[in-house]
Unconditional design. Structure first.
Length: 349
């Protein structure tokens, strides 16, 4: 009966049925760990991730980016409806420690509101982007009743780790700990059943993060009905990377607009919003930096060049835009924020 139930669940996942509440992980547990996924929700990724977790019989914590929740509220609700826990991961994924206290408050407040509107419940957990924190940020978190959650184990999936590497990194998890993973890498999704199987072999089960202690504890309800898989899935999942040099976009379907987020002596943070009037599968923004300006870091995009004429193409998880859709990428730059980057153009693929 267990095998039949598991087969039925996998069939449902493959057919793309609507996600429903996930069971807690079966088996006798000598301890709990937290599986966490940052940067969602994202179309084309979040549902697959949820279904993979459900097929493995586990629940997880999703640390969502506020602007992604605003753009995809149904996906945030799907996380909740599948029995997952939803946390705050800031509004634009900036380096929080480089912001003013007011900017920190805005990042957290907007995300709290967006998640509450989408799911009906305000988060109790906050994971700072890049795991960077300081006393000012923790004071702001406290104003919203948030518990800061770092990570005990880094899967390195954000750093193009292979499925085997992700599984190996996860094998270091001990009771009470959490692992940092992300919503978008295909290798992460492929690794989940093997991670769960390894945990089960060590008497560890997936649980929730306690807002009181920040440690992994038993799930908050439900009777286990689906055991973890006993066989490992294929180690790789085919993906198609977006082209690095898309053709010109004569239709004008893609536009890009820049705004200065913050500046300080010797540097600044910028953000570019990419919008499309029709459905696209990828985009590239080109812009020209002023003399003395150089890009130090980019998120939600992949940059080519650091000075002068720079291009930024979509990351693997935010290239597909519906008609009227938009996404953003951010960057940190050295140099004065004035003049602003110029000759900003967008091309689609």
């Amino acid at each position: 009966m267990v095998v039949a139930a598991a087969a039925a669940l996998l069939t449902a996942v493959a057919s793309g049925l609507v996600v429903t509440a996930a069971p807690s992980m079966a088996a006798a547990c000598t301890g709990y760990v937290a599986l966490t996924f940052d940067d969602g929700p994202t179309p084309g990724n979040t549902t697959t991730l949820i279904n993979t977790l459900r097929a493995a019989g586990v629940r997880a914590t999703f640390f969502n980016v506020g602007q992604n929740v605003q753009a995809n509220p149904a996906l945030a609700r799907a996380q909740r409806d599948a029995g997952m826990w939803v946390g705050n991961h800031s509004w634009t994924h900036p380096h929080m420690t480089q912001l003013s206290q007011a900017q920190m408050t805005s990042e957290i407040s907007q995300t709290q509101q967006a998640i509450q509107q989408a799911t009906g419940e305000a988060p109790k957990l906050f994971r700072p982007p890049y795991l960077e924190s300081n006393a000012t940020l923790r004071a702001v978190e406290a104003q919203f009743g948030l518990t800061e959650i770092n990570a005990d184990v880094d899967s390195q999936d954000w750093n193009n780790a292979s499925t085997d590497q992700i599984v190996q990194n996860a094998s270091r998890l001990q009771a009470g700990q959490s692992i940092l993973m992300h919503d978008w890498p295909a290798n992460t999704i492929a690794a989940i059943p093997r991670i769960v199987s390894n945990l089960s072999s060590r008497g560890l089960c997936a649980g929730m993060i306690s807002p009181a202690t920040g440690r992994a504890v038993a799930p908050d309800g439900g009777t286990p009905t689906t055991p973890p898989p006993t066989t490992a899935p294929p180690t790789t999942t085919p993906t198609t990377a977006p082209p690095t040099t898309p053709p010109p976009d004569p239709s004008g379907a893609c536009t890009a607009s820049y705004r200065l987020v913050s500046s300080w002596t010797g540097g600044f943070q910028g953000e570019v919003t990419v919008s499309s009037t029709r459905a696209v599968t990828g985009w590239t923004v080109r812009m020209t930096l002023a003399g003395g300006q150089s890009i130090a870091n980019v998120w939600n995009g992949v940059a080519t060049g650091t000075t002068g004429a720079v291009s930024v193409r979509n990351a693997a998880y935010n290239g597909a835009l519906n008609a009227g859709g938009s996404t953003t990428f951010g960057f940190l730059a050295n140099g004065s924020s004035s003049p602003a980057p110029s000759a900003i153009t967008c091309a689609t693929s």
